[in-house]
Design a protein around this ligand. Structure first.
Ligand SMILES: Nc1nc2c(ncn2[C@@H]2O[C@H](COP(=O)(O)OP(=O)(O)O)[C@@H](O)[C@H]2O)c(=O)[nH]1
Ligand SMILES: [Mg+2]
Length: 458
């Protein structure tokens, strides 16, 4: 990303396609000059008023042709999105027209903006930090209201403030440790216990934050839930029933599903990527065998499993094998075909998996499917607490963990009775990670990665 702020940049800020209105945005030192060259106000003013919509015309200066009528709005520096001189030109939402406005703007001296460059400038000019920049993009891309809520708060600085608070506490702690270094004989008497208490509290706070990523990721990317079970227990029927469409092929014959199928469903705003796959156990065809191998790999990585059992048949060693194999995964046992005469010894199964949640359904009649949907959320996607901060990016999680492990090192040294100097050194190592987290420490690679995910015009 270009770090020079001398250019005036231009781009269409509304999405591609035809719409009611379309907005072209300019930012940089010559924003007003360029805007005036391509847009003429109906009532010419020597100075364009601040933040007022001014009616006028999009004009091709060369041919003197009027192309559209619309409004211009001027945001003087530093009270703009980028903190620079910014002008928005609101036109009719026609891509041809908007592209022409951009072309004219470039002819008049502007440069086409890179993806995310307006936000990048807001960051370079110190209006927002990197966490807030990430949140702006998250907000734009939010697919659920929950996600939008979190991203809006973070855009307003909630997570940044939390990190700033942690940073402050670490610096206070360092002063404390260093004071006891400088005046070892004086009665500054800072007990190891006191330092330890602060450290433990900070470590706890950071641990909590880092764990919230699991929820964040579920929110952003959705949860993968794989449907497993022996062949013919009704996996594909259940898959279709949860999707509410006939997606997977269902037949009375074992081995119908040979590859896996993935489809998205939304349960209560949470995106679930549901996977149907070949039945575990004996395969009747090499393709099915390959399907089983792929399915197993996918199941290992899934966020949750629905292990389906056929309650109209007696349990078999294969059922137990499956349960044993995935004993450490989050899962729900689904006793399917509850519309038929039961033959399974449910207790026998449940005894082999103490504490596991289970539900009795009929994929055929739809019995208890709503209950299953709710259980899926409860078991696989822990509920969000409104007031809590949630981390939505792996980048942030990794850095939070780095900060935490520096403090843990400090704690360990303290416990070992190492000198204050060593303890302070370990704690101080948390500071660069905080700088990287907020973007105070700039890394070109990280910046490119973050801003390339933005749209042009934002
Ligand atoms: N009675 C009854 N039959 C079911 C139920 N679910 C599936 N089946 C039947 O069981 C057979 C196998 O179903 P399928 O979904 O292909 O099983 P899969 O091999 O596990 O994917 C089909 O004939 C389905 O109609 C159910 O809840 N009740
Ligand atoms: Mg199937």
């Amino acid at each position: 990303m270009n770090q020079t702020l001398e250019d005036t940049i231009i781009a269409v800020s509304t999405p591609a396609g035809h719409g009611g209105i379309g907005i072209v945005r300019l930012s940089g030192p010559d924003a007003v000059g360029i805007a005036r060259r391509i847009f003429s106000l109906k009532e010419p003013e020597p100075v364009i008023p601040d933040r007022k919509m001014c009616f006028g015309y999009l004009l091709d200066a060369e041919s003197r042709e009027t192309l559209d009528a619309g409004y211009l709005c001027y945001f003087p520096a530093p009270h703009s999105y980028t903190r620079e001189e910014t002008v928005e030109i609101h036109l009719h939402g026609s891509p041809v027209l908007l592209n022409e406005a951009v072309r004219l703007g470039i002819k008049a001296g502007a440069r086409l903006a890179h993806p995310g460059e307006f936000t990048f400038r807001a960051y370079l000019n110190g209006r927002i930090d990197i966490i807030q920049a990430e949140a702006i993009n998250d907000l734009i891309r939010a697919c659920s209201l929950d996600q939008a809520r979190i991203s809006f708060k973070q855009m307003e600085g909630s997570l940044s403030r939390k990190i700033a608070g942690i940073r402050e506490k670490i610096i206070e702690l360092l002063t404390l440790v260093e004071t006891s270094l400088e005046f070892p004989d004086e009665e500054v008497e800072i007990s190891t216990g006191q330092i330890k208490t602060v450290l433990l509290k900070l470590i706890g706070e950071l641990g909590h934050l880092s764990r919230s990523y699991e929820q964040g990721r579920a929110l952003l990317e959705g949860l993968t839930v794989a449907i497993l079970g022996k062949t013919n227990v009704g996996k594909s029927t259940l898959f279709n029933a949860l999707l509410e469409e006939e997606r997977a092929i269902v037949t009375p014959y074992p081995g119908t599903t040979r590859d896996f199928i993935r489809e998205n469903v939304r349960v209560d705003g949470v995106l679930i990527k549901l996977v149907d796959m070949a039945g575990f156990g004996q395969s009747s065809h090499p393709a099915e065998e390959e399907g089983i191998t792929r399915g197993q790999k996918l199941a290992e990585k899934a966020d949750g499993l629905l292990i389906v059992l056929d309650s109209s048949r007696e349990e078999s060693p294969e059922d137990f094998q499956l349960l044993k194999r995935f004993w450490n995964k989050k899962k729900l046992l689904v006793f399917n075909k509850s519309d038929l005469e039961p033959a399974i010894n449910r207790q026998n199964i449940l005894d082999s998996m103490p504490g596991v949640d289970w539900v009795e359904v009929s994929a055929l009649t739809g019995k208890n499917l709503d209950r299953l949907r709710k259980m899926m959320l409860d078991t696989f996607a822990p509920r969000l607490e409104r007031q809590e901060e949630i981390i939505l990016h792996e980048r942030q999680k990794v850095l939070v963990e780095n900060i935490k492990s520096s403090l843990e090192n400090g704690l360990e040294l303290l416990d070992e009775g190492s000198g204050e100097e060593l303890v302070a050194e370990a704690i101080r190592e948390a500071l660069p990670a905080i700088g990287q987290l907020t973007g105070e420490i700039k890394s070109q690679e990280v910046l490119d990665q973050i801003f390339s995910r933005f749209c042009i015009g934002k």
